[in-house]
Design a protein around this ligand. Structure first.
Ligand code: GUN
Length: 261
């Protein structure tokens, strides 16, 4: 069964409705995929009455110009949230630029010192709590240890008293881990997980697909090969229309001063 992430994202957005706040999005260049993401963020802000302004800089903008804009937004009391839309042009140091955002306005939560958790793992933990009630003692396997999803999620699930196994590209017998777990979070960016990674009996599994990639036909997809999954024994988040919607909703919640966990 697919999890209805749209309804859950609306539930998160409702928490931010009517809260004061404004989001500044800095976008460098005109990557068409970033345009789509930015429009989604603007729409979500509009739904709950949070202001959203996009500051577009040309692809050849100089780093000092971006830093100057961040400094100005950091001291502008109107803005409660600032994000730099990624990816930046390849020659720009993303971490260095993102870390210039004031910790109290870093609503993406990219800086480990930020006042906010990173949005994707926060949305995943919140969703898992809705689906499972408590995560105390749950067996969770995370596949992927990237700095935006896999790595922060390890600690955040431990903080919920889940038993966490961190798997990655060097893990031997990955299927033995993924078949055993109550909860599997896929964050590899590889469209490779078919039914052979999951069990067909011994209770339902929840599979959170945090991968974003493209299949051989150029279609947006996640880590799961959903056509090859037996949905009768699993709760699965779709891609598109899954974790991405939760991430956006958490961003808006942060901008309204709301933390979900
Ligand atoms: N590009 C793709 N996803 C994201 C995101 O969540 N935040 C930012 N800043 N850039 C992105």
């Amino acid at each position: 069964m697919f999890v209805d992430c749209k309804s859950y994202a609306n539930e998160i957005l409702a928490k931010a409705k009517g809260r004061p706040g404004a989001l500044a999005i800095i976008q460098v260049g005109d990557d068409p995929r970033s345009d789509v993401y930015v429009r989604g963020k603007e729409r979500d802000c509009e739904k709950v009455g949070i202001d959203c302004n996009v500051f577009k800089l040309p692809r050849n903008a100089d780093i000092f110009e971006i830093e100057g804009l961040i400094d100005q937004l950091n001291s502008d009391r109107e803005y409660t949230g600032i994000i730099v839309q990624l990816p930046l042009p390849t020659y720009m140091p993303e971490d260095h630029i993102c870390q210039r955002i004031a910790l109290s306005k870093d609503v993406d939560g990219f800086n480990p010192q930020s006042d906010f958790h990173p949005c994707t793992p926060e949305g995943i933990v919140w969703l898992l709590k809705q689906l499972h009630g408590s995560l105390d003692g749950a067996e969770a396997v995370i596949v992927g240890r990237g700095k935006l999803v896999g790595a922060p999620l390890q600690k955040m699930l431990l903080d919920q008293n889940a038993t966490v196994t961190a798997c990655h590209s060097h893990t031997r017998n990955l299927k033995e881990h993924t078949k055993w777990a109550d909860i599997v979070i896929l964050a590899t960016g590889k469209h490779m997980f078919d039914q052979s990674y999951f069990r067909t009996s011994l209770g339902r599994q929840t599979v959170i697909d945090a991968g974003i990639t493209f299949d051989e036909t150029g279609r947006l997809c996640g880590d799961l090969i959903t056509e090859q999954i037996d949905h009768s024994n699993m709760n699965v988040t779709p891609v598109p229309g899954g974790v991405g919607l939760l991430t956006r909703a958490v961003l808006v919640a942060h901008t309204g001063g709301v933390n979900l966990i």
